[in-house]
Design a protein around this ligand. Structure first.
Ligand SMILES: N[C@@H](CCC(=O)N[C@@H](CS)C(=O)NCC(=O)O)C(=O)O
Length: 235
């Protein structure tokens, strides 16, 4: 009998969004358990589950399965509705599988990472803010937007023809990054891709479950009003 894995997560977290989108796409049954990394007791309990203390974390049959991309591959292998995939079968097309992994890595490292640096800076006391670090993170985002925009010309999704792991990584990374560093007007391919991502039902549902929490996102003032209305919010 297949057991139901538990996903330790928080509804606002970008990497947790990556997992929620993938779970939805794969049709996987997962129990959700909220972790608040800002709460000392929650954090201590979570560190005991896995030593990095990061969310999301999947626990399957008592075994921790860390790191978002590995969790998604694990869910695909063991818990997906038959026939649903986010990474092509390497036995069918090894290059297609590699390309999906490449674009997953590029979104995590070149969009998610500088976006997280900007969030971390906003959460610091004023006197500990790092203007140089902020400038570098903004420049990193601008450079990533430029190469991703070029890559997306003539494409629907980030890799191949189908929605994939790479798009699961792209959606939350871009959702939060654009709030800090808007796209340039010329980046029309990336702008259109962002709209396709936001219209994808799995992504729309993930954004919807985050809406009550967006008032706590430090970059909330940069979010489009369709996602967050500061006048309607009551944090
Ligand atoms: N490489 C990890 C990154 C996960 C990550 O950065 N999670 C953030 C939330 S979006 C986190 O746990 N932050 C709290 C902390 O670092 O203590 C993955 O792919 O799962």
């Amino acid at each position: 009998m297949t057991s139901t894995p538990t996903l330790y997560y928080h509804p606002l977290s970008s990497y947790c969004h990556k997992l929620l989108i993938a779970i939805d796409e794969l049709g996987a049954a997962v129990d959700l358990q909220t972790v608040n990394p800002g709460d000392p007791a929650d954090r201590a309990a979570h560190l005991a589950r896995w030593p990095t203390g990061k969310i999301p974390l999947l626990v399957d049959r008592g075994r921790p399965v860390p790191e978002s991309s590995i969790m998604i591959e694990h869910l695909q292998q063991h818990h997906a509705v038959p026939g649903r995939r986010l990474i092509p079968d390497p036995a069918d097309d090894p290059d297609a599988a590699l390309d999906v992994r490449l674009w997953d890595r590029l979104f995590d490292q070149y969009v998610m990472t500088p976006m997280q640096a900007l969030t971390a800076d906003r959460l610091r006391p004023e006197e500990e803010r790092d203007a140089l670090g902020v400038a570098e993170a903004r420049a990193a985002l601008q450079s990533a937007y430029a190469f991703i925009d070029r890559h997306l010309q003539g494409r629907t999704w980030a890799s191949g023809d189908a929605f994939s792991l790479a798009d699961c990584a792209a959606a939350p990374a871009l959702f939060y990054a654009i709030a800090y560093q808007p796209l340039a007007a010329s980046q029309v391919h990336l702008a259109a891709y962002f709209e396709r991502l936001m219209a994808r039902p799995s992504v729309a549902r993930t954004v919807d479950q985050a809406r009550p929490w967006l008032a706590y996102f430090p970059g909330r003032d940069g979010l489009s009003r369709r996602f967050f209305d500061p006048d309607a919010a009551s944090p």
